[in-house]
Design a protein around this ligand. Structure first.
Ligand code: ADP
Ligand code: MG
Length: 703
């Protein structure tokens, strides 16, 4: 990211509009009109060979004829003329193009997009879009878009992949009192992407929170890196999480909407706070743009109504910040500002008798008290009170407390007066919402942000050099034989090199050899087919377990060969794997995919029906730490089974975390080689007893 170039593009001192029009209703007219209406103080150069003047501005036939420098050019001409215009802008020394024009990769013309990129690269020119509404900046009074107008000023900035959403949000910022400094439509993300803008916003003094609407992304790793480094909170709404939704998103922007679970993990790893829907994105963005993180677990709720107090209490548990009773000294003090029948526990219920003074006193005391890590103040409109005065009491109490760096959110439930009072609070830096659960959810976002910051890993990795050598030698052998799948024996060797406990295993090419090897390994045994053409061995009748003697070996050997030939007559059979039969344990699965957006990604879940029917799995993009691996174990719904459900002893989760970590190391280290892999099943034993990889599979990338 080149800060100066993006500054010139998105906060230009001089801007050209290529495709400017004198005809109202045309985009080329609207953009010029918007720039003027927005109060832009830089120079505007309309470009159009058939006009002399647009809205009082002198019009130039081509960008080359503009006197002086042009920082940014907003493009509204048809896609087919893009190459020529890009060339002309490059020659002129324009730093960035805001390409509103559509008709590129989103509608099957990736060639036009590539051509534009190639020319732009020649001149080191950056491109926003194409296929966008434009870019708006309140602090620059720059409305370089065809959106209705500059949004309500605020401290958050939004980047959206959907232009329509920008337009929808734009005017709603006034009615919902949620201010933004910048709204940026990012469209096809041919060049400038989320990561670039996250980096850029990090240095933007007018932005305190970055809000993202994401349909899909191409370079997920770059996103994670940028987000990790960001010193500002980032909230993201990812759409296309349903199967149908993801198809809609893909056709919409020509990008891939990846598996929802991988995005979930990636956001967590990147320290990005998620929003569940559009309202949530708005509310969380507002809150994170105005309030500091909630650094501890203690949430205190003040209310004048029991009902909203209970609703808030439920929400607190639901959103991961369950309430604790306030300590005795806090309760004693709070008791002074309520009637006898009030409650000073938590939620603190001052009852309907609470007026301005009680609100002031309790807010001031609670907010200032060390025990409180976050304060939510609730109010139900009563006939005896004036919402605006209550709002002022709350704000005054916060100001008078002498405390900063502690979060507060508010909810007023009532009519128009309450709404107006909340609007005033928001204007004065205190997020206020119509529902007690929303105020609590907003606080939960501040808590999530603090937690994500604490757990943020730097993504540094340290894999064993020699393991990689072993793996590459095995891969080379397979590739020399024109195979892209390893045999179980080879795969287990690679797993073992990376420190994962695998079953003893050897290849027999004859019945006699099988008996000899079997006796060496020790009974009971498992015999399996070894064939690069048979990946699912049990489907082919290629697995025999619990073999107890020589006769058993001979019988299994013959049966497996016969079954394999019946299953696939021309299968290339290397022989039969003779292996130690691992004692039965809790079955888990490890898997890896090379995700289109995020690259090598590890999956973990319980095995058997848990993975097949319940899809109870979780993901992490590599690289990740051992403690993140441990987190994965706690994340699945079946976590209780590993913790030792129904009187069973807990399973060896320490060893499992270690193994997940080692596996991730293998996947990350061999990123260029491995397309996908799994260990299914891994048998996990009781605490201290470790685990065994019973089956392993590695598929290589085609080379
Ligand atoms: P597939 O290719 O069909 O996945 P597996 O190697 O996983 O074949 O074997 C099928 C099943 O046999 C496993 O799910 C597991 O229950 C059992 N099994 C395989 N290998 C072993 C082993 N070494 N020790 C104990 N059980 C095993
Ligand atoms: Mg298996």
């Amino acid at each position: 990211m080149d800060k100066n170039v993006l500054d010139k593009m998105l906060r230009p001192k001089t801007v050209a509009v290529v495709g400017a029009s004198a005809t109202p209703g045309k985009i080329g007219y609207t953009v010029i009109n918007n720039l003027i209406k927005g109060g832009y103080t830089g120079k505007i150069y309309p470009i159009n060979p058939t006009c002399t003047e647009i809205l009082g501005l002198k019009c130039y036939p081509s960008i080359s004829e503009v006197p002086g420098e042009v920082d940014s050019a907003i493009i509204t001409i048809p896609a087919k003329a893009m190459a020529e215009v890009t060339e002309a802008c490059g020659k002129k020394g324009v730093k960035g193009l805001i390409v509103i024009t559509s008709g590129f990769s989103e509608s099957g013309r990736k060639d036009l997009e590539d051509e534009m990129l190639e020319i732009a690269a020649k001149y080191k020119m950056r491109i926003l879009g194409p296929n966008i509404v434009g870019s708006l900046s309140n602090s620059d009074k720059f409305n370089g878009s065809f959106a209705p107008g500059l949004p309500l000023p605020g401290k958050a900035s939004l980047v959206t992949q959907s232009g329509a959403l920008l337009i929808a949000i734009d005017m709603a910022t006034y009615t919902r009192k949620i201010g933004f400094d910048k709204l940026i439509s990012i469209g096809n993300m041919a060049d400038v992407d989320f990561a670039d803008l996250i980096e850029w916003f990090d240095e933007d003094d007018n932005t305190t929170c970055v809000s993202l609407y994401i349909e899909g992304m191409k370079n997920g790793r770059k996103f994670i890196d940028a987000a990790r480094k960001s010193s500002k909170p980032i909230v993201a709404l990812k759409s296309g999480v349903s199967a149908h939704g993801s198809a809609a998103a893909a056709s919409h922007t020509g990008s891939l909407a990846g598996a929802a679970k991988i995005y979930n993990s990636a956001f967590k790893q990147a320290g990005v706070i998620q929003a569940q829907d559009l309202n949530d994105l708005f509310n969380r963005t507002l809150t994170l743009s105005q309030q500091p993180p909630m650094k501890g677990e203690n949430l205190l709720i003040l209310t004048n109504g029991g009902g909203v107090g209970v609703l808030a209490t439920d929400a607190a548990e639901k959103y991961g910040i369950p309430l604790h009773f306030a300590p005795a000294d806090v309760q004693t003090e709070l008791k002074k500002h309520m009637p006898e029948f009030g409650s000073a526990k938590n939620p603190v219920d001052m009852t309907g008798m609470a007026g301005n003074d009680w609100y002031y006193q309790t807010t001031k005391f609670s907010y200032a008290h060390d025990w409180t890590d976050g304060l939510v103040v609730l109010y139900c409109e009563t006939a005896m009170t004036n919402p605006f005065e209550i709002a002022k009491s709350i704000k005054q109490a916060v100001d008078d407390s002498g405390v900063t760096g502690k979060p507060i959110t508010v909810s007023f439930v009532g009519g128009e007066k309450s709404d107006q009072a909340m609007g005033w609070l928001v204007e004065n830096g205190i997020p206020a919402f119509g529902g007690p659960d929303i105020a609590v959810n907003a606080m939960a976002a501040l808590r999530e942000y603090a937690r994500l910051q604490e757990n943020k890993s730097d993504g540094a990795y340290n894999c064993d050099e020699s393991a990689k050598k072993t793996a590459l030698a095995i891969f080379a052998q397979a590739r020399a034989e024109k195979r892209d799948s390893l045999t179980e024996i080879e795969a287990k060797e690679v797993f073992k090199a990376y420190g994962m406990p695998v079953t003893k295993i050897a290849l027999a090419k004859s019945e006699d050899e099988a008996v000899a090897l079997g006796n060496k390994i020790g009974f009971p045994l498992v015999l399996k087919i070894v064939s690069p053409d048979i990946l699912h061995k049990s489907d082919a009748g290629g697995v025999k377990v619990n073999i107890k003697d020589d006769a058993g070996i001979r019988e299994a050997y013959q049966t497996i060969l016969k079954n394999a030939k019946a299953y696939k007559a021309d299968a290339n059979i290397h022989g039969i794997a003779i292996q130690e039969m691992a004692p039965w344990g809790t079955e888990v699965i490890l898997g890896s995919v090379n995700d289109a957006a995020f690259g090598p990604t590890v999956m973990f879940g319980l095995g058997g029906i848990f993975v097949e029917v319940l899809k109870d799995v979780t993901f992490r993009v590599t690289p990740f730490t051992k403690s993140e691996a441990a987190e994965m174990i706690g994340e699945i719904k079946g976590a209780a089974i590993l913790a030792g459900a129904r009187g069973e002893k807990p399973k060896d989760r320490a060893m499992l975390a270690e193994t997940i970590y080692n596996y991730s190391c293998m996947i990350h280290d061999l990123d260029d080689e491995i397309k996908e892999s799994d260990a299914n099943p891994v048998l996990v034993y009781e605490d201290g007893q470790g685990l065994k990889v019973a089956d392993a599979r590695i598929i290589l990338k085609a080379k």
